[in-house]
Design a protein around this ligand. Structure first.
Ligand SMILES: Cc1ncc(COP(=O)(O)O)c(C=O)c1O
Length: 398
């Protein structure tokens, strides 16, 4: 009898463990199994060549990337951060200039503006796309403004037509922070081909992640491309002849070879992310207190993140954690409230949409290795949490 009960307990535990299989924000090991052979071959090629800086792998990645995203030039850079920095430098942004961007982004966007000597000027976001609100840009333009950096946050392009109209009439450069938007489109054109320059990140968690740091600058402007190429190599025009002060912004050969091996997989991964997002959209209609992301009609998101809004964010997050489901908060503190930007003299209340979003946002697992059952479990957990915490009449459910 006792033995039987023990085995029953074991079975129940097994089911319990099975039910609690962790659903993580990333599953890079499973992804790796899909292109492991290609990557190992690429790494071997680099090892055999003993050529670790520049070389044919870097050139090949640049050509493949430019072709895939329909842009004239792609210039491989050591990180997404340096891609933004070098694009700003190539546009000759420097001390005394102002650059408009969003406070609701990863730090690097505004950090790079500061590092050129220019001043970051923040403009609030739209409440449903989380991207720069074009209606608020004009008021932030001064005689010192030189550029706008729209960030295609979570994989959805900003409202580029409206931003271009403003930039054109004020004579401003547009530098896309496309770090999260590789493969995203706006009016059927790819992110990175929509402004004067586009800046990508290949940080390992990105939709196209390297095995270390990596980035890319894209542009259709020949002169800008030449300038970025020179700046990434200490402003060198000929060997040991330095026309400008640049830096070491080069992508290493090993990363280039790995990224080339991974690039063919990107399309199917992004397609899977879109299918997951669609399923969340459908399932979360059963949780009306949760606001699902709005994708503008002219955009196709690559869903770097699938981010919902809810007033009960922290409790919901704990509920998901208790069910072994990962989630993320991108970003908890808007940049105008970061201590390092105190000198800009912003205060709480200046960008109310960004501030409210930072308190309510929660990103759910959306990586391409999730199956539909995983997505149903995440959505089910959210619906269950809502039914336990919010009275049915408040949500309008019967
Ligand atoms: C919006 C945004 N901008 C810039 C970056 C900087 O890229 P990296 O981490 O490759 O330097 C990132 C990624 O981390 C990002 O998400």
């Amino acid at each position: 009898m006792l033995i039987q009960r023990k085995s029953e307990i074991g079975a129940i535990q097994a089911v319990g463990e099975n039910r609690l299989k962790p659903i993580t924000m990333l599953d890079l090991k499973s992804e790796f199994s899909l292109f492991e052979d290609r990557v190992r071959t690429a790494i071997d090629e680099v090892l055999d060549s003993q050529h670790f800086i520049g070389g044919s792998h870097v050139g090949a990645l640049e050509q493949e990337f430019a072709k895939q995203f329909d842009v004239k030039h792609a210039i491989a850079i050591g990180s997404g951060t340096d891609a933004i920095l070098v694009a700003l430098m190539a546009c000759e942004i420097s001390a005394g200039d102002e650059v408009i961007t969003t406070p609701f982004t990863f730090f690097a966007t505004a950090g790079c503006v500061h590092r050129t000597g220019a001043k970051p000027v923040f403009v609030d976001i739209e409440p449903d796309t989380f991207n720069l609100d074009p209606a608020k840009i004009q008021a932030a333009i001064t005689s010192k403004t030189k550029a706008i950096i729209p960030v295609h946050l979570f994989g959805q392009c900003a409202n580029m037509d409206a931003i271009h109209d403003i930039a054109k009439s004020a004579g401003l450069r547009v530098i896309e922070d496309a770090a999260q938007a590789v493969g995203a489109t706006y009016k059927n054109r790819f992110a990175g081909a929509l402004g004067d320059a586009g800046c990508f990140s290949f940080y390992p968690t990105k939709n196209l992640g390297g095995f270390g740091e990596g980035g890319m600058v894209t542009t259709n402007d020949d002169a800008l491309a030449d300038r970025v190429r020179q700046l990434r190599n200490h402003g060198q025009t000929d060997q040991y002849h330095h026309q400008f002060i640049g830096g070491n912004f080069r992508l290493n050969t090993m990363q280039a070879a790995i990224l080339s091996a991974k690039l063919p997989q990107l399309d199917s991964f992004n397609t899977r992310r879109r299918a997951i997002a669609k399923l969340y959209d459908e399932l979360l209609t059963d949780a009306p207190s949760v606001q699902t992301p709005r994708i503008a009609e002219e955009c196709e998101s690559c869903y770097h993140q699938y981010s919902i809004l809810t007033d009960d964010r922290d409790n919901l997050r704990q509920h998901l954690t208790d069910a072994s489901i990962g989630s993320g908060i991108y970003y908890p503190i808007p940049l105008h409230l970061q201590p390092c930007f105190q000198y800009l003299d912003y205060s709480e209340g200046d960008f109310p949409v960004s501030e409210a979003t930072a308190k309510r946002i929660l990103s759910l697992p959306v990586h391409p290795m999730l199956d539909d059952a995983d997505v149903r479990r995440v959505a089910g957990c959210i619906v269950q949490h809502q039914s336990e915490t919010i009275p049915a009449e408040a949500t309008g459910r019967s």
